[in-house]
Design a protein around this ligand. Structure first.
Ligand code: HEC
Length: 213
């Protein structure tokens, strides 16, 4: 349901941007008649798409697990960029039209990467943030990452095999192969190369390798 809505939202936004890019192209190519034709033909489609973007967007924001800064910036930019795009077209202002396209694409990429700098943040483990000084039981960073990202399929003890996952205590992979598989994913297992940095991957590999003993 949630995924369906997100998919719908992204599809509508993509259509909206494509239509806009087509018009900007005609504007830049100095084809005013063709532009006028396209504009009058897509007037209703534009309005419907615009309304749907806002409705699905508001719904998705409403069900979002957390309202982070990038999301607020994204919403503000969306609210600002739509009228800007319309004004650019109405005034046949080429510079403003190009600026609007760049803005739309930037917003789209913010949404794709969940980040204003368009870079997915590496996983921040709760362990490195809070040092365990009680000395009784030091939880390793690898363990925390494993429980957070891997245990759903592999189970806390590595033996579970949900979604066709393999029993990690029976694995015959070397450490290097294990790390490769975590990075690349395989079959139903997703790739984690953009989730963890190298040092985290090493910690995770050590932890997973420990299941074998
Ligand atoms: C969505 C479920 C899923 C998640 C989440 C997942 N895995 Fe897997 N994992 C699998 C599946 C399925 C396989 C078997 C792939 C195959 O060989 O077709 C597998 C295989 C592996 C193997 C290879 C075992 C072997 O001997 O062949 C390792 C190592 C592994 N996973 C580690 C991890 C680690 C570490 C994480 C977390 C960062 C993780 N997995 C997260 C589903 C998952």
């Amino acid at each position: 349901m949630e995924k369906g809505f997100l998919h719908l939202h992204v599809t509508i936004v993509s259509l909206f941007i494509l239509l806009y890019v087509a018009k900007v192209y005609l504007l830049l190519a100095n084809k005013p008649e063709a532009l006028e034709k396209l504009r009058s033909k897509t007037k209703i489609a534009d309005m419907v798409l615009g309304a749907l973007i806002i409705i699905t967007g508001v719904y998705l924001t409403f069900i979002a697990p957390a309202i982070e800064t990038y999301l607020i910036v994204k919403i503000v930019l969306v609210i600002a960029s739509i009228p800007l795009g319309i004004i650019a077209m109405k005034k046949s202002n080429k510079a403003l039209a190009i600026f609007s396209v760049l803005l739309y694409v930037y917003i789209f990429l913010i949404a794709k990467t969940d980040s204003l700098t368009l870079k997915k943040d590496a996983y921040v483990s709760p362990v490195s943030a809070t040092s365990s000084t009680d000395g009784a039981k030091t939880v390793s960073e690898g363990e925390v990452m494993y429980k957070d990202k891997c245990a759903v399929c592999h189970g806390a003890d590595g033996k579970q095999a949900t979604n066709g996952a393999k029993d990690l205590t029976q694995s015959t992979l070397t450490k290097a192969e294990t790390m490769e598989q975590i990075k690349a994913g395989k079959g139903l297992m997703p790739s984690f190369k953009d989730v963890f940095n190298d040092q985290q991957l090493t910690a995770l590999t050590e932890y997973v390798d420990g299941f074998k003993k």
